[in-house]
Write a protein that binds this ligand. Structure first.
Ligand SMILES: NC(=O)c1ccc[n+]([C@@H]2O[C@H](COP(=O)([O-])OP(=O)(O)OC[C@H]3O[C@@H](n4cnc5c(N)ncnc54)[C@H](O)[C@@H]3O)[C@@H](O)[C@H]2O)c1
Length: 268
């Protein structure tokens, strides 16, 4: 299995590796023998994850705020120097600001673009420059959202930034394939995370629009990220993989979906 993924002995930088999807990605990479640099604004989180997988592989916890361009580029350089030549990067950091478009302040728009789109450009450019300088291939994966592929009511700036990631990897694919660098997006649907935990019974029925009738887990996102990082995806670049239990594919008219599920109608 390990040789199928081709990640044994490789080195990957995970931005936001201190909890949730990033932590799950670090754990899965380590289980496949991949060394990991774990960058997070909360150093204690990165250190905890590093300690927990440190028996399997080399780890490097790094404290960085990805909103600081110079610090972010320095963190990429540090990972390359101290962990060893990087083979790729996964970035999971992102968050939505909420509010109506009519009321939205310009600063709120910019904040969503900085913490979802801009930092990924800065980090990916830094990693790609290192790979190109060494003449080494690599894989870069970012986490978007299915809200970048449809409307994002009351979180428009987030949706636009996440859509930007989907477009940006296409350009990276075209410009960087010459250097053997792949770039892809994983787009989660509704996922249980430390910030949005499972609500138990209170959650029952809340995800009926999801064909698989449940939220996803951080491990299910990590599997898609690691797939894109690995040799299993060796001919895939510029793509977005939705990991959403079928939500993007769902039939748009709620009643028909419900009735069809009960076998009342067979479809249109
Ligand atoms: N939860 C969902 O349902 C869902 C759905 C679609 C997309 N997403 C996307 O999934 C990704 C992960 O979301 P999450 O809520 O699990 O993440 P999170 O808030 O748990 O953050 C992950 C890690 O990133 C670190 N971090 C945050 N800001 C940072 C910064 N400026 N610099 C360095 N580190 C920073 C945090 O300390 C944390 O350890 C995001 O991109 C989000 O937009 C989530």
């Amino acid at each position: 299995m390990q040789s199928l993924f081709g990640l044994e002995g490789k080195r990957i930088l995970v931005l936001g590796g201190g909890q949730g999807m990033g932590e799950a990605t670090v754990r899965l990479l380590a289980s496949l023998g991949c060394h990991v640099a774990i960058a997070d604004r909360e150093l204690d989180r990165a250190e905890r994850v590093a300690a927990e997988v440190g028996g399997l592989v080399k780890t490097l916890p790094i404290a960085v705020d990805v909103l600081d361009d110079a610090a972010l580029v320095a963190a990429v350089g540090r990972a390359e120097r101290e962990l060893g030549p990087l083979d790729g990067m996964a970035t999971v950091i992102g968050m939505a600001g909420w509010g109506s478009l009519l009321e939205m302040e310009y600063e709120a728009w910019d904040a969503d673009h900085r913490r979802n789109l801009r930092y990924f450009f800065v980090a990916a450019q830094a990693v790609a420059r290192l790979l190109k300088a060494r003449g080494a291939p690599g894989s870069i994966v970012c986490v978007s959202s299915i809200d970048g592929a449809r409307s994002a009511p009351f979180h428009a700036s987030y949706g636009a930034a996440k859509a930007g990631l989907m477009n940006l990897v296409k350009t990276m694919a075209v410009e960087w394939s010459a250097y053997g660098i792949r770039a892809n997006v994983v787009a989660p649907g509704a996922i249980i995370t430390p910030r949005i935990p499972h609500l138990g019974d209170a959650e029952a029925g809340a995800f009926e629009r999801v064909p698989m009738l449940r939220r996803g887990t951080v491990d299910e996102i990590a599997k898609a990220i690691v797939f894109m990082l690995s040799d299993m995806a060796s001919y895939i670049t510029g793509q977005t993989l939705a990991v959403d239990g079928g939500l993007l594919a769902a039939y748009p008219i709620e009643m028909k979906e419900r009735e069809a599920r009960k076998g009342v109608i067979g479809g249109v």
